[in-house]
Ligand binder design. Structure first.
Ligand SMILES: [Zn+2]
Length: 236
């Protein structure tokens, strides 16, 4: 258990994989959330469906990401962009691809990825892997029931929310469990409601405050996430 991960420690990517063995998941519900104050600054999310296969899931994904981040006190506004859409300083781009590149069987387990270091505002989520994680056929969403489309969208939104927190709080380590764990169970992807832990929400808010401040011309001082500890990387 104390074995240190080998070379992956040096990777620049923080990959989010499915926790195996998969757990059964149940009840699907509506993810309601209290809206953040309308006067609060909004985090702009730009969703880029590169292959055009995720449009069925985007509204649900955006809604779920808004729910998770909204409960952490971060109001969001979502828009659909293209791969050539430039990302403004106060925006985060969520690029939806089919599968984590690499072609190995393990690629299927990687549902999201964020480059570490620097000040990235782009993150990736993988539709095919999310479908696989939910045990649904991978036909780009074709043939899914309306209920299943919503399930996929919700799961995609949760993966995106996880990755957005990485963007906002790059020094925040993975949690032992919950949405910010390095591996997510099928149960977590499908359950009625997920929230960030208090420390995770605090770090995300601080990161958002820094992002918003850097995007404005105001020289106002910004808070920095206190959780500046060595990030841990997910292991298979
Ligand atoms: Zn992660």
């Amino acid at each position: 258990m104390s074995r240190r991960p080998p070379a992956i420690d040096r990777t620049l990517l923080v990959a989010l994989a499915l926790l195996l063995p998969p757990l059964s998941w149940e009840a699907i519900g509506d993810a309601r959330h209290p809206d953040a104050p309308s006067s609060a600054p909004r985090l702009n999310l730009v969703w880029v469906d590169v292959l055009g296969t995720a449009s069925f899931a985007l509204p649900f994904a955006a809604s779920e990401a808004a729910a998770v981040l909204g409960q952490a006190g971060i109001a969001t506004a979502s828009a659909v962009g293209t791969p050539s859409t430039e990302v403004a300083a106060d925006e985060i781009r969520i690029v939806i691809l089919d599968e984590f590149p690499g072609g190995s069987p393990l690629s299927k387990r990687v549902m999201g990825c964020t480059r570490r270091g620097g000040h990235t505002r782009t993150t990736w989520v993988y539709l095919s892997s999310v479908l696989w994680a939910l045990g649904l056929p991978d036909r780009g969403g074709r043939g899914l029931l309306a209920r299943e489309r919503e399930e996929v969208g919700r799961a995609l939104g949760r993966v995106a929310a996880h990755e957005i927190v990485h963007v906002l709080a790059p020094d925040l380590p993975h949690g032992r469990d919950g949405l910010m764990a390095g591996r997510l169970s099928r149960a977590l992807l499908g359950c009625n409601r997920v929230t960030l832990g208090a420390r995770e929400a605090s770090a995300a808010r601080a990161g958002f405050a820094a992002l918003a401040a850097s995007a404005s011309s105001s020289p106002r001082a910004v808070e920095v996430a206190a959780e500046a500890v060595e990030p841990r990387h997910p292991r298979r």
